[in-house]
Design a protein around this ligand. Structure first.
Ligand code: ZN
Length: 198
């Protein structure tokens, strides 16, 4: 029981880590983290251990009482785990676009895809999240050195910088406890794909 996972959030409630129950209790006890319940209330060690553990809830027993096991804790210090940025890479573009050509909407194996600059490099288009999409070879050829408008092609959606991080993808893949889900929403199956292929 002490080795099952507890989701750790940073001070702005982003998931940054999965830790053991033992370590989570240590952080609570040391006052560097607070436990969060299903109603999003936070508790320090004393107030948490004063909560009654319902019979169906995971709890650890001490002599004469049971302490509920927190499934999510939030760090109090700001700089413990800085926010990670999603790296701009071929792999992560494919993951963001779910291996789907952003022009014809067909899903391909990765070997059959390449990257397309929406505004071509020859026109000053930058290699950034907002200007690079996943494209099949055929659409890439048809589009050539033109913009989508010039080529009469439409993007499935505007390319964007994803907010998920490799850690968040991993936590999403594990999804070990329902209590984690509110903090992992918005990551979705794209991140799931990314962590699968890692
Ligand atoms: Zn295509």
């Amino acid at each position: 029981m002490l080795d099952t996972g507890v989701l750790v959030l940073n001070r702005v409630y982003q998931p940054v880590h999965i830790t053991s129950v033992r370590r989570a209790f240590a952080m609570l006890y040391q006052g560097v983290a607070r436990a969060i319940d299903a109603q999003f209330q936070t508790f320090d060690f004393d107030s948490w251990s004063a909560l009654a553990a319902a019979a169906h809830e995971d709890a650890i027993g001490t002599v004469g009482r049971r302490i509920r096991i927190p499934r999510v804790i939030v760090l109090l210090a700001y700089d413990r785990m800085p926010r990670a940025r999603v790296r701009f890479s071929r792999f992560n573009i494919y993951a963001r676009d779910d291996n789907t050509c952003q022009y014809c909407g067909t899903r391909f194996r990765r070997a059959e895809l390449n990257l397309d600059h929406v505004v071509p490099r020859s026109r000053g288009g930058a290699s950034v999240w907002e200007n690079v999409v996943c494209s099949c070879h055929r659409c890439n050829r048809v589009k050539g050195g033109r913009t989508p408008i010039e080529a009469g092609m439409r993007l499935l959606r505007e390319p964007f910088r994803p907010q998920w991080t490799p850690f968040m993808a991993e936590a999403y893949r594990q999804r070990r406890h329902d209590a984690w889900m509110p903090y992992l929403s918005g990551i979705g199956h794209v991140a799931f794909e990314a962590s699968q292929a890692n």
